[in-house]
Design a protein around this ligand. Structure first.
Ligand SMILES: *[C@@H]1O[C@H](CO)[C@@H](O)[C@H](O)[C@H]1NC(C)=O
Ligand SMILES: *[C@@H]1O[C@H](CO)[C@@H](O)[C@H](O)[C@H]1NC(C)=O
Ligand SMILES: *[C@@H]1O[C@H](CO)[C@@H](O)[C@H](O)[C@H]1NC(C)=O
Ligand SMILES: *[C@@H]1O[C@H](CO)[C@@H](O)[C@H](O)[C@H]1NC(C)=O
Ligand SMILES: *[C@@H]1O[C@H](CO)[C@@H](O)[C@H](O)[C@H]1NC(C)=O
Ligand SMILES: *[C@@H]1O[C@H](CO)[C@@H](O)[C@H](O)[C@H]1NC(C)=O
Ligand SMILES: *[C@@H]1O[C@H](CO)[C@@H](O)[C@H](O)[C@H]1NC(C)=O
Length: 259
């Protein structure tokens, strides 16, 4: 009898232990940093940690789908975002102090639609930084110090509609930099130090509606540069040093109405 009692007590303790474990795991799993505001829905957690004093990305609920850490003091993003949070659709880490993207940061972010890293301190974009972001529609890299982009860095972004590279230190556009971006509608390269655009750099951007090349150091736009942009409607080339504008084949861009 005694032994049976102690057995059942043991079992009770054990199941209690398990319940506590499960509850703890749930709590750990779903905890929202106390200074942030979070809300839960059928999509998952919407986590807003905008304008706090975070120096790194803390642990977040694994079903987070929207994450905003804009305007913090984050320097290192040594986080594999989507390994921890596979449902992520939106990442805002703008206005921080990020200098580099560790090479597997966005691996497996198959559902990511918006990635905003504007106003950080990035100097270069590596080949595999965005390699698995096939659903990505908006990529904002403006306001960094980007000098170098690997020519294949954007190659797999076949859903990308908006690419903002304005306010960086880009001097040269590689002929294959935007290859395969057939969904791209809006490309902003303004306020860089671009002197030379390879005549094939914008080829096959069949969806492109808006191209901003303003405030660069462009001398010449080769007559072939703007060919094959049947949907171009807005072209900004102000504040450059363009000597031969006659070469632009306007007659081939029937939709262009704003410069
Ligand atoms: C979050 O919402 C989902 C679906 O509405 C629900 O199943 C889940 O229990 C919620 N989680 C929390 C911690 O409220
Ligand atoms: C989050 O973690 C829980 C428990 O570990 C797991 O059951 C659930 O599938 C995870 N959710 C996601 C979206 O990974
Ligand atoms: C990531 O970086 C580490 C160390 O620099 C390197 O060993 C590894 O091969 C890299 N992985 C990829 C996918 O480039
Ligand atoms: C593009 O995706 C393919 C298939 O997943 C992969 O093998 C390749 O390395 C990726 N390339 C780049 C530049 O991201
Ligand atoms: C362009 O994308 C398609 C799929 O969308 C892929 O089959 C092809 O290999 C890509 N081309 C290059 C040069 O990456
Ligand atoms: C670009 O488009 C042309 C047809 O306009 C096609 O022949 C070529 O294969 C395309 N290049 C790439 C890299 O998709
Ligand atoms: C503009 O280009 C001309 C040559 O085409 C050059 O002589 C002049 O110095 C350039 N001006 C600026 C401000 O770069």
């Amino acid at each position: 009898m005694v032994s049976e009692n102690s057995y059942s007590i043991k079992m009770k303790n054990r199941s209690l232990f398990f319940i506590v474990l499960v509850v703890c795991a749930k709590l750990v799993n779903t905890s929202c940093p106390s200074t942030c505001s979070c809300s839960n829905s059928t999509l998952g957690f919407y986590v807003n940690c905008y304008y706090k004093s975070f120096e790194r990305i803390p642990d977040l609920p694994n079903d987070t789908y929207h994450l905003n850490f804009g305007y913090n003091r984050i320097h290192d993003i040594d986080v594999k975002f989507c390994e921890k949070m596979p449902l992520l659709q939106t990442i805002y880490i703008n206005n921080n102090l990020i200098e580099e993207i560790p090479n597997e940061t966005f691996t497996d972010c198959h559902q990511l639609i918006t990635l905003d890293i504007d106003d950080n301190k990035l100097k270069s974009i590596a080949k595999m930084d965005f390699s698995s972001l096939r659903q990505l529609r908006t990529l904002d890299l403006s306001g960094n110090a980007i000098e170098y982009m690997h020519p294949e860095a954007f190659r797999n972004l076949t859903s990308l509609e908006i690419l903002d590279l304005s306010n960086n230190a880009i001097e040269y556009i590689h002929p294959e930099a935007f290859l395969n971006l057939t969904s791209l509608e809006n490309l902003d390269l303004s306020s860089n130090a671009i002197e030379f655009i390879h005549p094939e750099a914008f080829h096959n951007l069949t969806s492109l509606e808006k191209l901003d090349l303003g405030s660069n150091k462009i001398h010449i736009i080769d007559e072939n540069t703007l060919r094959q942009l049947p949907n171009l409607r807005y072209l900004y080339i102000g504040n450059n040093n363009i000597s031969s504008i006659n070469s632009i084949p306007f007659q081939e861009m029937p939709n262009l109405y704003h410069m």
